[in-house]
Design a protein around this ligand. Structure first.
Ligand code: ZN
Length: 211
């Protein structure tokens, strides 16, 4: 169904929309809002894990994520992967998606798992096999603290990849430590793992090896 108003600023959806988006008639954000998303679509590696980064974590995306996750504006859930969901469904249709963990407290507080909702139109099977204890915010910790990540994120004992390749998905990549830890926990379960993140911190983007 065609969206009439921008889900973010409530302007007419056709406001400043570029011609291709206007033709597709499936925009969720108006042209003014879309232009504030900084598409990167770069590939890098973390400890050998291929990682694709879609956007730069700029003020606009930070505010949009805050409104969605902390102010629980669930209407925004389809916006984040909207441009890439078809490609994900096609390219990874035989894969298994693994979402990065959210603590039980956060899920209860929000009433939803932010990544599960962001990916609700995804046709690839989604698993959430990690257990996250406590609610520690990565970006608030000093590097030494982050090293202890293995103490609060673990993999369910019953997890099986069933011979499938795994695509790890997260919304914000700050240092890469969560996804790196997840990769190490899953490595023994399958031969192929890749990661896709919605956005990465500008500092991470600046210093990572792009390929
Ligand atoms: Zn807008």
């Amino acid at each position: 169904m065609k969206q009439e108003y921008c889900l973010l600023c409530f302007q007419d959806i056709e406001e400043e929309l570029c011609f291709t988006d206007w033709l597709r008639q499936d925009a969720l954000l108006c042209g003014n809002c879309q232009r504030q998303l900084e598409l990167l679509d770069i590939r890098t590696r973390i400890d050998g894990l291929p990682v694709r980064i879609l956007y730069k974590y700029n003020d606009f995306l930070e505010n949009m994520l805050y409104r969605y996750k902390e102010n629980r504006d669930i209407a925004l859930r389809d916006v984040f992967f909207h441009t890439h969901i078809k490609e994900i469904n096609d390219k990874y249709r035989h894969w298994q998606i693994i979402i990065m963990p959210s603590s039980v407290e956060k899920i209860q507080e929000r009433g939803f798992h932010h990544l599960k909702e962001m990916l609700r139109l995804c046709k690839v099977p989604i698993a959430d096999p990690f257990i996250k204890k406590g609610n520690r915010k990565q970006s608030m910790q000093c590097p030494k603290e982050r090293l202890k990540i293995s103490q609060y994120i673990s993999l369910e004992e019953a997890f099986h990849a069933n011979g499938k390749s795994l695509l790890l998905i997260d919304d914000v990549l700050t240092t890469g430590s969560t996804i790196k830890h997840a990769y190490h926990l899953l490595r023994a379960h399958t031969s192929k793992i890749e990661a896709l993140v919605l956005c990465a911190h500008p500092l991470f983007v600046e210093f990572c090896d792009k390929n």
